[in-house]
Design a protein around this ligand. Structure first.
Ligand SMILES: [Zn+2]
Length: 145
C-alpha cells in the first residue's frame, strides 16, 4: 500500500486512504476517506457481541429495504448466484448432513411409519411389486399399468 493523504485520496475520488501511521489503538491499516475511521478498529468492534449485533441489524435493515431486496433477487438469479446455490446445496458438508438428518427424521416419524406399513400391505402395492418382480425375472417385458 502506497501512503496517500486523506486530502489527496478525496481529490482522486477514492474511498480509502493510507498514511502508514498507527491509529490511537495501534492499527496500521487503511482508513475511510468519509469518516477517517480505521479498518482495524472496525474489525475489532465487529468481533464484539455488540458490534456483531449492529452489523446484523444493518444487514437486516438493508435486506428488508426495496434496494436490498432487488439486489438479493438479482444476485440469486444471476449465473454466479445459481452456481453458488448449487455449490451450497451439493458440496457443503453441513448442508448435506442437515438434509440427511431431516430426511431421516421424516422417515422415522411414527405417522410415516404406520403409513408405510399400511401402504406396503395394500393390494395395489403388492400387485405393483409382483409386476416389478416379473419384469426383473424376465417373465414380461414391461410393467403393464
Ligand atoms: Zn484502529
Amino acid at each position: 500500500m502506497k501512503p496517500i493523504s486523506r486530502k489527496a485520496a478525496k481529490a482522486k475520488g477514492r474511498k480509502w486512504y493510507f498514511t502508514g501511521k498507527p491509529c490511537p489503538h495501534g492499527h496500521v491499516t487503511r482508513r475511510w476517506v468519509s469518516s477517517s475511521g480505521c479498518i482495524g478498529c472496525v474489525k475489532a468492534y465487529r468481533c464484539t457481541p455488540r458490534g456483531r449485533k449492529s452489523l446484523c441489524d444493518a444487514y437486516k435493515r438493508y435486506n428488508s429495504s426495496p434496494l436490498g431486496f432487488e439486489r438479493n433477487v438479482r444476485s440469486r438469479n444471476s449465473p454466479a448466484g445459481i452456481e453458488g446455490a448449487y455449490r451450497r446445496r451439493t458440496k457443503n458438508p453441513l448442508t448435506i448432513e442437515c438434509r440427511r438428518r431431516n430426511d431421516r427424521n421424516r422417515r422415522d416419524k411414527p405417522a410415516r411409519k404406520t403409513w408405510t406399513k399400511k401402504y406396503r400391505s395394500s393390494p395395489k402395492y403388492l400387485a405393483y411389486r409382483r409386476r416389478k418382480y416379473a419384469v426383473s425375472v424376465g417373465r414380461i417385458d414391461t410393467i403393464p399399468t
